[in-house]
Write a protein that binds this ligand. Structure first.
Ligand SMILES: *[C@@H]1O[C@H](CO)[C@@H](O)[C@H](O)[C@H]1NC(C)=O
Ligand SMILES: *[C@@H]1O[C@H](CO)[C@@H](O)[C@H](O)[C@H]1NC(C)=O
Ligand SMILES: *[C@@H]1O[C@H](CO)[C@@H](O)[C@H](O)[C@H]1NC(C)=O
Ligand SMILES: *[C@@H]1O[C@H](CO)[C@@H](O)[C@H](O)[C@H]1NC(C)=O
Ligand SMILES: *[C@@H]1O[C@H](CO)[C@@H](O)[C@H](O)[C@H]1NC(C)=O
Length: 507
């Protein structure tokens, strides 16, 4: 089966990586010399001050690694997941116990290897070769992040981080991209089609207040045990969260329930009338940005795609994207601005097959069985720079940046979905999904920080089939108006103080 082959490839890539680390450790211990120069990271999406800081940390790490490899046998240096030094705390880096991130950053290719793009000969855009991974490691200079279960507070919420973890085991920060997303349990029917197309780690935060906890746990069990597909176990990590005021009567222990197979003859627990959930019965608003931030914080990789669970990515997006990053061609190697990589979004008819390639998508656009996202609901919200050109441009053999746009002028209320990193601004946790425009405040910060929006050429997201029409909802309109007021009166002045202003940026 294809899926199994992919799993194998994924595992093999991890094994290869560890081998590379071991090899490099041995190699460095013998010949660490003046050839080992740090290569400036211009491709990093950070502003100059931060990337300088970042380079400094990396240099220090490498120094530590060098000292370490001289003083102990290489086997013991491959202990990758014991430490997660946050990038945000550079001052503690020097004093932390040297384990993971220091050893992990020792794969630093020689200068000629990492600056000469020509020698990266990518044969298969849908796979990551050893050379590509080595290049990524050097370019991204990222830190490994921990993958342990944790029960923690976040404002008025309790968060069960890594409540049920994917079976993929350690994932190095440079070798994949995590799809970070969120839902109530009644949306979990999307998990399978999503992971079948993504084939890489998924970090999923589930809002499960009160009595929604039990069906949430059953849904997780059902997805893992009953979908006849290994991908969910392999790739999806589940986090659960709820308000203190809505703590479930019982918090099942994953160590226990994962050891009992689920009774698969029962219907999927996520197939319910959505107006009967605890959340709806108690008229709770969906804390969409808390959910987004939880899912993102738990992602193990440098690059993340924070998205909505009903948006299914085009296949092979992860290897194609990482091959593009590794090639580091224009404009990646010339722009010095922070950056994100927006992905074009479309809706398709309820009855059609979701397109797998841009060519298929274009045929559907012609027949109007596919349309740009929210064309009938909020056309301007997804007014995208060069959208018409994107739709008419032919599919190419490799992923590239199609156009570099800004969130300004005509695009000032653009709420793009994009691949970014852990360094991008967070989502404002005071906003609800019902209040709409919940990504606007992040968009404003990106604009003020002068982010480049590097739109990807062949990649796209397709909303779960079924084209949305505008439907009036007076109750929701009231919430929207309240949230708009709050953004205008409270958040906007805050952001201006914190981040300043820039011509053309607005909310
Ligand atoms: C590495 O070792 C050298 C010499 O033993 C020392 O001067 C240097 O400070 C060490 N660096 C780190 C980061 O520990
Ligand atoms: C490093 O770890 C060891 C054992 O795990 C501990 O005894 C020591 O205090 C730690 N050192 C620092 C600087 O945290
Ligand atoms: C599973 O559920 C079905 C339907 O509810 C029931 O008939 C069957 O006995 C259950 N099987 C087990 C092993 O519990
Ligand atoms: C869902 O439940 C609500 C309230 O119990 C009911 O009014 C509605 O008709 C149900 N919808 C469906 C599709 O069954
Ligand atoms: C950027 O990459 C292009 C290849 O697309 C190459 O020709 C150019 O020399 C590179 N520029 C820099 C500054 O490295």
């Amino acid at each position: 089966m294809l899926a199994n082959r992919r799993n194998l490839v994924f595992r093999v890539s991890i094994v290869i990586n560890i081998a590379v680390l071991l090899y490099a450790a041995l190699h460095l211990s013998g010949s660490a010399g003046p050839g080992l120069e740090w290569v400036p990271v211009t491709s990093d999406g950070s502003d100059t001050v931060r990337s300088a800081e970042f380079r400094y940390i990396s240099e220090q790490r490498r120094e530590e690694a060098r000292n370490e490899t001289e003083s102990r046998p290489p086997e013991s240096s491959v202990r990758i997941f014991e430490e997660s030094t946050s990038q945000k705390t550079p001052s503690t880096v020097a004093s932390t116990n040297k384990t993971a991130s220091s050893t992990a950053s020792i794969v630093v290719p020689s200068e000629s290897e990492s600056t000469n793009e020509a020698n990266l000969d990518i044969v298969d855009e849908n796979a990551l070769s050893e050379a590509t991974l080595t290049r990524l490691r050097a370019l991204l200079a990222c830190n490994e992040r921990d993958f342990l279960p944790q029960t923690a507070q976040r404002g008025e919420f309790w968060v069960l981080k890594n409540y049920v973890r994917a079976d993929h085991g350690p994932v190095l920060c440079h070798e994949s991209v995590t799809y970070t997303t969120h839902a109530g349990f009644e949306f979990l029917d999307n998990v399978l089609p999503l992971v079948e197309r993504w084939m890489a780690p998924v970090s999923l935060a589930i809002y499960a207040p009160g009595a929604d906890m039990a069906p949430t746990v059953n849904s997780i069990r059902y997805l893992r045990d009953c979908t006849d597909n290994e991908l969910i176990r392999e790739f999806v990590t589940f986090h659960v969260f709820f308000q203190h005021k809505h703590i479930p009567s019982k918090i099942p222990d994953p160590e226990v329930f994962l050891n009992t197979p689920y009774n698969c003859t029962e219907k999927p627990p996520y197939v319910v009338n959505s107006s009967t959930t605890y959340m709806k019965l108690k008229s709770l608003l969906y804390p969409v940005n808390v959910a987004r931030n939880i899912a993102r914080d738990a992602a193990l990789t440098h690059y993340i795609l924070p998205s909505d669970i009903e948006l299914y990515p085009s296949p092979n997006l992860v290897p194609r994207f990482l091959n593009m990053i590794a090639r580091n061609a224009k404009p990646l190697n010339t722009s010095t601005k922070p950056r994100v990589f927006p992905i074009s979004i479309f809706e398709v008819d309820a009855k059609v097959k979701v397109p797998s390639t841009k060519t298929e998508l274009q045929a559907m656009l012609k027949k109007q069985t596919a349309i740009p996202f929210h064309k009938f609901v909020c056309p301007n919200c997804h007014n995208i720079p060069q959208a018409a050109q994107w739709m008419s441009a032919k599919e190419t053999t490799q992923m590239d940046v199609f156009h570099v746009g800004k969130r300004k002028g005509k695009y000032v209320i653009w709420e793009p979905i994009f691949i970014g990193t852990h360094r991008d601004p967070y989502y404002d946790e005071r906003l609800s999904w019902e209040g709409k425009k919940d990504k606007m405040t992040q968009g404003y910060i990106l604009c003020v920080k002068d982010y480049d929006f590097m739109i990807l050429n062949n990649a796209f997201l397709i909303h779960k089939p079924g084209i949305k029409r505008f439907a009036k909802n007076a109750k929701r309109d009231a919430i929207v108006s309240r949230q708009n007021h709050f953004v205008k009166g409270v958040i906007t002045p805050e952001l201006k103080k914190l981040f300043g202003t820039r011509d053309g940026c607005a909310m």
